[in-house]
Design a protein around this ligand. Structure first.
Ligand code: BDR
Ligand code: CA
Length: 316
């Protein structure tokens, strides 16, 4: 099986990304690295430990990442994040804390070591700010050529942002880190709002999990219902909640779910469009394109994969 690392600011859709990965026999989740964003770093790590326990996978190791962006020395959760994901990040649903601790090795060192061990068999999926991977690439630049692939949730190319007209939340938290990754030459696929706002979940699907009558099914239904409700307030035109982070995992497992545009990208770090993800004019005529941007998705096929995999996992 392909080895997978998830880098999460464990909120609701990050938790669904964990579930998708654990429900996918094609991949082995070898570790979760924690970042900040939807919640503080420590809360996200706590959530990742508790969720892997609850889903029957206490073997998944969790590593602590950097607690703030690459250009600041502190971080505060935005009100909008707490509104969408709940104060605890998982829809304010209470689940037992794990009695496991995060690993002592740092997330950055774990990422580098995993690339050295698994090389092209390793897929890294960041679904929060890109701070940890940027730090890993700065510390060990050669990993850009050694890693299998990076499939990131973040950004927007053909649609507006969700923070403002151009900024997506994950990129917005650390534009410098994302820009470092985008221009590093690492093979990265951007799964942005272009596609993740097409893949929507409703109460009809969460009811299927609730009807399983299992702890995992009830947890997933309660947590996701909170998130759907928040989307009803913030984005009523959508008619569901965006499956951002699980779609990135879906694409990591099966790249044929999306149509991708080969393109060399950058992130604006200065000026009024700070945080925008866009083609890099200085590399547009370079015949080698190191990035791909997802511009379309097979929605019915993804939703079917999403429900089949997570429902099977939550049955037990
Ligand atoms: C992204 O921002 C976070 O709130 C979600 O978990 C997702 O990773 C969507 O813009
Ligand atoms: Ca996330």
């Amino acid at each position: 099986a392909q080895k997978l690392i998830l880098d999460l600011d464990t909120g609701v859709d990050d938790a669904l990304a964990i579930s998708y990965a654990l429900g996918s026999p094609e991949v082995e989740l070898i570790g979760i690295t924690g970042t900040y964003g939807n919640v503080l770093l420590d809360q996200g790590v706590r959530n990742a430990l508790a969720i892997t326990d609850l889903l029957g996978h206490p073997e998944v190791k969790v590593y602590k990442g950097i607690p703030h962006s690459s250009t600041t020395d502190s971080f505060e959760v935005l009100d909008i994040s707490a509104l969408i994901h709940g104060k605890n990040g998982i829809g304010d649903v209470e689940i037992p804390d794990s009695n496991r601790e995060p690993e002592t090795e740092s997330a950055v060192d774990f990422i580098i070591d995993a690339v050295k061990t698994y090389g092209k068999d390793l897929t890294y999926v960041p679904t929060g700010p890109m701070t940890n991977i940027a730090a890993a690439l700065k510390k060990a630049p050669e990993i850009k050529d050694e890693i299998g692939k990076i499939v990131l949730m973040g950004g927007a190319l053909t649609v507006c942002g969700n923070v403002n007209g151009w900024e997506e939340a994950n990129i917005s938290q650390d534009p410098e880190a994302a820009d470092y990754l985008f221009r590093s030459g690492a093979p990265a696929t951007m799964v942005g709002l272009d596609v993740t706002l097409q893949t929507l979940l409703t109460y009809k699907e969460t009811q299927i999990w609730r009807d399983l009558n299992t702890k995992a099914g009830k947890f997933l239904a309660d947590m996701t219902d909170y998130y759907i409700k928040a989307y009803e307030t913030t984005s009523p035109h959508l008619g569901g909640c965006g499956l951002h982070d699980p779609l990135a995992v879906g694409v990591a497992v099966d790249p044929t779910l999306i149509t991708a545009l080969p393109i060399n990208m950058k992130v604006d770090v200065e000026g009024p469009t700070r945080g925008r993800t866009i083609g890099d004019n200085t590399r547009m005529n370079d015949p080698v394109k190191t990035m791909k941007a997802a511009i379309d998705v097979d929605v019915p096929r993804f939703l079917n994969e999403f429900m089949t995999r997570i429902t099977a996992l939550a049955k037990n």
